[in-house]
Design a protein around this ligand. Structure first.
Ligand SMILES: CC(C)(COP(=O)(O)OP(=O)(O)OC[C@H]1O[C@@H](n2cnc3c(N)ncnc32)[C@H](O)[C@@H]1OP(=O)(O)O)[C@@H](O)C(=O)NCCC(=O)NCCS
Length: 163
């Protein structure tokens, strides 16, 4: 049983420890981190799941980004992590669904992420051949989701740091 809440300032280091545990060492060298450097996450969409004892079981964070020559505003989903002993219990899915609903209600229309299509397709994410992510990135892992139908129409090209 988990409670999903917005991540607060005091949660930051619990989340960082969870991310260190869940990802390979050197996670901050990934190209997605270059899009996050010096930019604040979208606080309303950063969620944590704590169990009844207050132990952190999962986390999801989002950053703003922009796309192509139009500098179309979008969200970068991630990092998302569930504690290795709690994976496969639906926590990740619950975090994603909760955050997507909040994002939609807040008026966001476009989301991208780097991840396994097989996992994210159940939330509506699809492979994107019309976007490019800062290297080194496997283009097959670049996925997108429209929270509003047609939101990516005419939006293509390079994913960039938010200005
Ligand atoms: C990816 C992650 C967040 C999923 O969280 P979770 O709570 O385990 O996910 P859920 O319980 O909602 O879903 C579990 C299902 O997804 C599948 N799944 C999990 N990760 C997957 C992946 N990378 N590729 C394909 N399927 C995956 C599981 O096999 C399971 O399938 P089943 O329901 O058929 O048994 C979690 O596994 C994790 O933290 N992994 C390490 C960090 C990571 O890779 N983050 C994502 C980077 S893009």
């Amino acid at each position: 049983m988990y409670e999903i809440k917005q991540e607060k300032k005091d949660d930051w280091w619990d989340v960082e420890s969870l991310l260190d545990l869940s990802f390979a060492p050197g996670r901050e060298a990934l190209s997605s981190y270059r899009l996050r450097d010096g930019i604040l996450p979208v606080a309303e969409l950063c969620l944590i799941a704590r169990d009844l004892n207050g132990i952190i079981g999962g986390s999801i964070r989002f950053w703003p980004i922009q796309i192509g020559s139009k500098k179309a505003k979008a969200l970068l989903l991630g990092p998302i992590a569930v504690h290795p002993t709690r994976q496969g219990e639906g926590v990740g899915g619950e975090l994603i669904r909760s955050a997507l609903e909040l994002a939609k209600n807040d008026g966001w229309t476009r989301i991208v992420l780097i991840g396994d299509e097989i996992y994210y397709q159940k939330f509506g994410f699809k492979k994107s051949g019309f976007l490019s992510f800062p290297p080194p990135t496997n283009p097959d892992r670049l996925l997108y989701l429209e929270l509003k139908s047609g939101a990516f129409k005419g939006v293509n090209g390079q994913i960039q740091k938010f200005e």
